[in-house]
Design a protein around this ligand. Structure first.
Ligand SMILES: NC(=O)C1=CN([C@@H]2O[C@H](COP(=O)(O)OP(=O)(O)OC[C@H]3O[C@@H](n4cnc5c(N)ncnc54)[C@H](O)[C@@H]3O)[C@@H](O)[C@H]2O)C=CC1
Ligand SMILES: O=C(CO)COP(=O)(O)O
Length: 325
């Protein structure tokens, strides 16, 4: 039984996961880079920046990222920062992370390496015990204890799967031993959430929405059929569940980005907004990864073209539906 778990990232998902896991372990230490967040967690049992109304469990404490001993004392560490930060952080904390159970909840693809988060973590630490957690899990709903399903992607090691399952025992879990395929589901669904937001910024009817949604899911499944060893991945939480949650619900940052770009409310500098828009960072990589498998992804290309400012949604949205699989 693990007694002390570290969570790197004091943002929405890091805080939410800390709250869930804290009901199952002795202590959770959240590592953040802002003193005011660390203080608010330690002084008021509350992450005032992300969940001002949520009372965190008393066995959740916070430390600044530089507290190496604090991290070294943890038996398992969950990495809950934006994908663009994962390599930097894991490289910087290599000594403290080596030899531990590590779980990534980040949904992104490194460019131009086209590596997933678990592959980056393995690069930097050499750890064999790495798992990913991915599913329809809006952080605020997780933080407030609502039911959520998720897929644990982990290699075949039964002890790793048992350990991670216990940590995430508040969730309804399914499993895959193809960790890369699980992670790529999380990358793809963000891209199609942006695309569906773009589509819905032009077409507002139910038939139009679900016609496009189906085309997105078909394109996603063609890709997964080519790369996934897990032939049951299509019905797992990381795939069908998270794809639908993020493409259909305005709470999704990726879907909202698509809507805002489609309605010309934001232009490219949105990346500097500080909001974690994972799909915009990974769309180029997913297109290249597909090309490496001789797979065409017209909808992903549509998303990339519009985000790149090459054309606008109205000009290209009809074209994409003719090219979609
Ligand atoms: N928010 C959600 O509903 C869900 C998010 N995720 C994934 O979790 C990952 C994290 O996203 P969110 O928590 O939503 O983002 P967020 O923007 O809410 O929080 C990110 C946190 O990471 C911190 N951070 C960034 N760089 C850092 C560094 N170098 N050192 C220490 N801390 C650093 C930021 O200060 C911020 O507090 C993403 O890959 C996202 O796709 C997964 C499932 C649900
Ligand atoms: O991954 C998520 C829910 O599972 C969060 O989605 P967004 O990043 O689009 O908000």
């Amino acid at each position: 039984m693990i007694s002390k778990v570290g969570v790197i990232g004091a943002g929405s998902m890091g805080t939410a996961v800390a709250q869930s896991i804290s009901r199952r372990v002795g202590e959770v230490i959240v590592f953040g880079r802002r003193q005011e967040i660390v203080d608010s967690i330690n002084t008021d049992n509350c992450n005032k920046r992300y969940f001002p109304g949520l009372r965190l469990n008393p066995n959740i404490h916070a430390r600044l990222m530089g507290d190496r001993q604090g991290l070294a004392d943890c038996e398992a560490v969950i990495i809950a920062v934006p994908s663009s930060e994962v390599r930097f952080i894991v490289n910087a904390t290599h000594d403290e992370l080596t030899g531990k159970f590590l779980v990534t909840v980040a949904k992104g693809l490194e460019y131009p390496s086209l590596k997933t988060m678990s592959e980056i973590i393995r690069d930097e630490t050499g750890n064999p015990d790495i798992a990913c957690f991915s599913g329809p899990t809006f952080a605020d709903e997780v933080a407030y204890g609502h039911i959520a399903g998720a897929t644990i992607g982990a290699g075949g090691d039964p002890s790793l799967r048992a350990t991670i399952s216990n940590l995430f025992g508040e969730f309804i879990l399914d499993f895959s031993d193809d960790i890369r395929a699980v992670e790529l589901c999380g990358v793809l669904k963000n891209v199609y959430a942006i695309g569906t937001g773009m589509w819905d910024s032009v077409y507002g009817n139910h038939n139009e929405h679900y016609t496009f949604l189906n085309m997105c899911y078909k394109e996603m499944c063609i890709f997964l059929r080519a790369i996934s060893r897990d032939k049951g991945i299509f019905t797992k939480f990381c795939c069908f569940g998270d794809f639908n949650l993020t493409a259909n619900v305005d709470k999704s940052r990726n879907r909202t980005l698509g809507l805002m770009v489609g309605k010309k409310i934001v232009k490219t500098p949105y990346l500097e907004s500080g909001v974690t828009f994972e799909g915009s960072r990974s769309v180029k990589g997913i297109i290249e990864l597909a090309e490496n498998h001789s797979i065409d992804m017209p909808i992903a290309r549509f998303v990339y073209d519009v985000l790149s400012g090459n054309n606008n949604v109205r000009e290209s949205v009809d074209g994409v539906i003719r090219k979609a699989p």
